[in-house]
Design a binder for this molecule. Structure first.
Ligand SMILES: C[S@@+](CC[C@H](N)C(=O)[O-])C[C@H]1O[C@@H](n2cnc3c(N)ncnc32)[C@H](O)[C@@H]1O
Length: 255
């Protein structure tokens, strides 16, 4: 089966749990999953392929969990239809989301029940535990620069050997495409939440530097195909050498 057909089927399956609980959440799920190439990109590239314990920081209404659960059940039910150009579907044993908006946590719990765990908390304070993957999709720019480094440093310490951090951010150094994304982000915030929070963005190079300072080495993949935005997926792995001997930045941007 083609990757487009599988993506469409996964959008249906991942949105379906919201239908019976909250129509706003259902249509928001469909819109986000359809418009955001990160979700299919994570599957195609196998970015969470090896991860048994996944922690989604700033999980919103639990879309990543819904997506990964849909992918696993589709790949189990029809393995012959899984796109041959995609990596094998991830098979997480646990998915935990942390989110500071009560309403979104409720939406996630109502839709997914016991299939994932959702916690109402601020990621600058919450315990991360020990996990194999931490994902932050469009979250870190909502917290100030000092707290960003603190969250990344704690994320590094929370990753088991072989673990990975997926950080999807916008590249503030990319001019007009960044400005469009920022404008839309602020408009969505105003429409949905009646406030436009201050944001703390960085150019791609600076994201790589702060990840290096937090003890990661990193690869960047463009993750905005089909959109006007300047989003990138940073794939960061802990560097386990003593901090004093770490170079500040040995990261790589893949074009
Ligand atoms: C643009 S939304 C992305 C939601 C989700 N990651 C997704 O891709 O569907 C950003 C989310 O981060 C959450 N967030 C921002 N700062 C946070 C914090 N300090 N602690 C927990 N959640 C936070 C917001 O409430 C919001 O739900």
């Amino acid at each position: 089966m083609s990757s487009q057909a599988t993506t469409a089927a996964l959008i249906d399956a991942a949105s379906a749990p919201y239908w019976s609980t909250d129509l706003f959440a259902y249509y928001r799920a469909r819109g986000k999953l359809r418009g955001d190439p990160a979700f299919a990109g994570i599957l195609r590239e196998g970015l969470l392929g090896e991860s048994e314990r996944i922690l989604d920081l700033g999980c919103g209404q639990g879309l990543l969990a819904a997506w990964l659960l849909a992918a696993r059940s589709r790949s189990d039910a029809r393995p012959q239809n899984w796109p041959s150009e995609w990596a094998a579907a991830p098979r997480p044993k646990s998915i935990r989301g942390i989110e500071m908006r009560r309403r979104d946590i409720q939406r996630a719990r109502d839709a997914l029940g016991q299939k994932a765990e959702f916690e109402l908390a601020d990621i600058t304070e919450a315990e991360f535990g020990m996990v194999d993957a931490i994902v932050m999709l469009d979250v870190l720019h909502y917290i100030d620069y000092e707290s960003q480094l603190c969250v990344l440093t704690r994320a590094q310490a929370a990753l088991a050997p072989g673990g990975v951090l997926l950080l999807r951010v916008s590249d503030a150094g990319s001019g007009f495409r960044f400005t469009i994304g920022k404008y839309i982000d602020q408009t969505v915030m105003l429409t949905h939440y009646h406030r436009a929070p201050r944001v703390y963005c960085r150019a791609a190079r600076e994201w790589l530097e702060v990840l290096a300072a937090a003890g990661f080495h990193c690869t960047a993949l463009p993750m905005s195909a089909g959109t006007p935005f300047a989003n990138i997926m940073l794939i960061a792995r802990p560097r386990r050498m003593p901090r004093a001997s770490r170079p500040m930045n040995d990261s790589l941007i893949v074009q």
